[in-house]
Design a protein. Structure first.
Length: 518
């Protein structure tokens, strides 16, 4: 799953209930910044040695050990922290993090997200409250995120995790092989119909290239072809996943009316049309016939074997482009989006798409926040976000960077991403820069009536657990057209509808109370 920039923080979008709190009356905005290489909490000198165990998603960059060695060197005379960072492939992320948290395994920082299981883990007491810790040890963390971000990302008015993102709406695009499009004599793609015509042309003329590869993994089911259609202009009713199941359209909202709808009770015509379209694309061998088996979307794309993939970012990631060109120097991806840029057309609840949490079992909570605060200083942020300067990247002015080589893939979304210190890729085209600026301006969007709503999953925690296990068997297969939609939707409904109804009823009750109190 690609969550590089745009959001993906994102977010964002497929967003769910708010989970984290404003930090206090001053929101941390006037907190003093510590000097580079230190934190306000380390003024007494070198602390006792501590090793922090950190779990984040993705693949370990080749040069990661060198970066960590440099970070530990910088912290040696102050925080005195060693970093044991565990990378978990996205396909294994939900299970691995769930097992880690439920087993009580010692862990000091862990990635979570609305699309993963952050609401359930907060309700289960898996995470420490961070308000006081941030006030004492995290001045840079607080000031690097705008007040709107803290306000929108709360859980019962408590900070339970640190939001990592830079925008209020996450970028959504398809990566399209520009070289193949031009080779086929096809004009630049401006609509979804244009995209599909290109996919059919690839199938007809380039048998060794997969025309379209959506996500077939449950953890990233929002990138299934049928589900991904909700981000485009055609979704005039703003059909969106509910706050309780933020990647699933089975329980959903629309028209910003505060109501929860249920596909098992009445199928939404637009959603069914997306499912049927996906079925046709799969049967016509436009969608990869191995879609459910491919765990990492980007790998076949980097190898030059795919013409179109979805992505949670505006623009094309530099690492992806470089990897593709290392296989074929003439190959090139371009990014196309069909999002509705009309002012106010898209809803936002400003919820971020990525968070870093401190597990309740951690014995190093203070040091974990001190480390993150250290990482929220520019010199240190640059190191962890972009790698060794001169080896992995070079600065272009104060707020841009140029990637050098492919030894350090971009992943600050997993632990430190923020709008104050984030650098833009200097290779980014003007259109991507424009879209990034558009998505970072909350005034371009309509605020969701459920912004700030927190769902308490405790009354239906068992139903949610059972439901998501059932959904994992059906959702990506149905929304990627792999199975007959009528047959498998009925099977899915027979198993999951009673659970979904209980969840819907509880969710609607809490929403009604929330709206009545405003």
């Amino acid at each position: 799953m690609n969550i590089r920039k745009g959001m993906a923080g994102t977010l964002a979008l497929l967003l769910t209930t708010g989970m984290l709190a404003a930090c206090s009356s001053n929101g941390g905005t006037d907190a003093p910044a510590a000097s580079p290489g230190s934190t306000a909490a380390t003024q007494e000198g070198k602390l006792d040695p501590v090793t922090l165990k950190i779990m984040i998603p993705g693949d370990r960059p080749r040069d990661f050990d060198a970066v960590i060695a440099e970070a530990e060197k910088r912290m040696a005379d102050s925080l005195n922290v060693k970093l044991d960072v565990v990378f978990v492939p996205f396909a294994d992320l939900a299970q691995k993090t769930q097992v880690t948290l439920s087993s009580g395994e010692p862990i000091d920082l862990i990635f979570d997200a609305p699309w993963l299981h952050i609401t359930q883990q907060i309700a289960a007491g898996s995470y420490a409250q961070l308000d006081d810790l941030l006030q004492q040890y995290g001045p840079n963390i607080l000031k690097n995120r705008p007040q709107e971000m803290w306000d929108a990302n709360k859980f019962d008015d408590k900070i339970m995790a640190i939001p990592n993102g830079v925008t209020f709406v996450q970028g959504r695009v398809y990566y399209v092989r520009k070289d193949l499009r031009e080779q086929l004599g096809i004009a630049p793609i401006e609509t979804y119909d244009d995209l599909i015509k290109f996919a059919y042309a690839v199938k007809e003329n380039m048998p060794d290239i997969v025309p379209l590869l959506p996500s077939g993994q449950d953890v990233s089911k929002g990138l299934s072809e049928g589900a991904y259609r909700r981000y485009w202009k055609e979704n005039v009713d703003n059909v969106m996943p509910s706050p309780v199941l933020p990647e699933s359209l089975v329980l959903y909202t629309k028209n910003n009316d505060g109501k929860i709808y249920n596909l098992f009770e009445e199928m939404e015509p637009s959603v069914w049309s997306w499912i049927e379209n996906s079925r046709k694309l799969y049967q016509d061998q436009i969608i990869s016939q191995d879609v459910l088996a491919i765990k990492e979307l980007l790998e076949p794309a980097k190898q030059g074997r795919v013409a179109i993939i979805p992505s949670n970012e505006f623009g094309v990631g530099t690492d992806t482009q470089q990897a593709l060109k290392s296989v074929n120097p003439e190959a090139e991806f371009e990014a196309v989006t069909f999002m509705n840029e009309e002012k106010g057309a898209i809803l936002t609840n400003a919820l971020q798409y990525n968070f870093i949490s401190v597990p309740a079992v951690s014995k190093n909570k203070e040091r974990a926040i001190q480390f993150l605060d250290w990482a929220n200083q520019k010199e240190n942020y640059d190191l962890l976000a972009y790698g060794i300067e001169g080896t992995n990247w070079e600065a272009v002015g104060d707020n841009q960077y140029k990637v050098l080589g492919d030894g350090y893939a971009w992943f600050p979304y997993a632990w430190i991403w923020n709008p104050t210190l984030d650098r833009q890729d200097a290779a980014q085209d003007e259109e991507t820069s424009r879209l990034d600026a558009w998505s970072a301006d909350v005034g371009n969007f309509t605020m969701d009536v459920l912004a700030g709503f927190t769902f308490d999953s405790a009354p239906v925690v068992n139903e949610i657990s059972q439901y998501v296990s059932i959904e994992a068997k059906y959702y990506t297969a149905i929304f990627n057209g792999v199975v007959d939609p009528d047959d498998y939707w009925n099977r899915f409904k027979a198993e999951a509808a009673p659970l979904a109804k209980k969840i819907q009823t509880e969710l609607q009750s809490q929403i009604d109370a929330f709206l009545a109190s405003r």
